[in-house]
Design a protein around this ligand. Structure first.
Ligand code: ADP
Length: 256
């Protein structure tokens, strides 16, 4: 055409086609189609795709970083948990192994109550032992089991009501399935329903509606729970606010 300028037409923008392929070589004619705005056209059609690609790339980088940081955090939190577990263990149990031996639970509980009576009387309270279990031979570590009952009794004194003399009871009875049920009950300040689920967790302390002047780390019941589980037993708690709390421990009895 008249406007055709061979210099302007780069190879990219030119389409060449033989006009009559059956003609002899000397008579061969070609049609050349030149699109001067081809590059602009392509650029304008991909203009919106480029930011999308950049955004996707940024998102990918951020996502990868998040995953990496999450894994690092997880590792750190596992390390922290391990450390806390070890600390708790050393805190509460100077002896690291449990040496299980067949023990007469009534005897152990009677000794604990005897020791505890002195502390209880200081607060003008009263501790009652209702030891009804006929069979009471269990496989426990005496020191750990004593700690368990002591922790529960200690809590009953710590979380007593100021307006009422403290009444405490420890009872045992045999239950079906060759098991023994031990109950430690108090008439203290009680625990709210929403806190009951968490009191066996490490470092959990009831914050509101409870006594703030009582010192503690929130480790006592976590230790009690761990010990009872180690002894293949179960622990549960029933409580009513301003009325009292009852901890129930069920342990498997040992034959002979
Ligand atoms: P600590 O006594 O050191 O705070 P524990 O693990 O022994 O830790 O107890 C956890 C929480 O459970 C206590 O902070 C307390 O609020 C509550 N609690 C435990 N025992 C009793 C109880 N007998 N009466 C009322 N609240 C209790």
């Amino acid at each position: 055409s008249a406007g055709y300028n061979a210099q302007d037409a780069g190879d990219d923008n030119m389409f060449v086609q033989t006009l009559f392929p059956n003609d002899s070589k000397s008579m061969m004619n070609y049609i050349k189609v030149y699109f001067p705005t081809k590059r602009d056209y392509i650029l304008s059609s991909v203009r919106y795709i480029i930011p999308t690609f950049i955004l996707t790339f940024i998102l990918l980088v951020v996502f990868t970083c998040t995953i990496f940081l999450t894994f690092r955090q997880k590792k750190l939190s596992e390390m922290k948990n391990d450390f806390i577990n070890n600390m708790t263990h050393e805190f509460k149990t100077p002896i690291s192994t449990i040496s299980l031996a067949a023990q007469m639970l009534n005897t152990i509980i009677a000794n604990i109550i005897h020791t505890f009576k002195i502390k209880e009387e200081k607060y003008g309270g009263n501790i009652e032992a209702i030891l009804q279990a006929q069979e009471s031979t269990v496989n426990v570590d005496e020191m750990h089991f004593t700690n368990v009952i002591f922790n529960l009794l200690d809590n009953a004194v710590k979380y007593r009501r100021e307006d009422e003399p403290l009444r405490l009871s420890v009872s045992t009875k045999d239950i079906p399935g060759n098991r023994i049920r031990i109950e430690v009950a108090d008439n203290g300040i009680g625990i709210r329903k929403e806190d009951l689920k968490k009191i066996f967790e490490k470092f959990y302390r009831v914050s509101t509606g409870n006594r703030h002047d009582v010192k503690g780390f929130g480790l006592g019941l976590a230790y009690v729970h761990k010990m009872v589980c180690e002894l293949k037993g179960e622990i549960s708690v029933e409580s009513e606010l301003n009325s009292g709390t009852k901890f129930i421990i069920i342990l498997p009895l040992t034959k002979n």
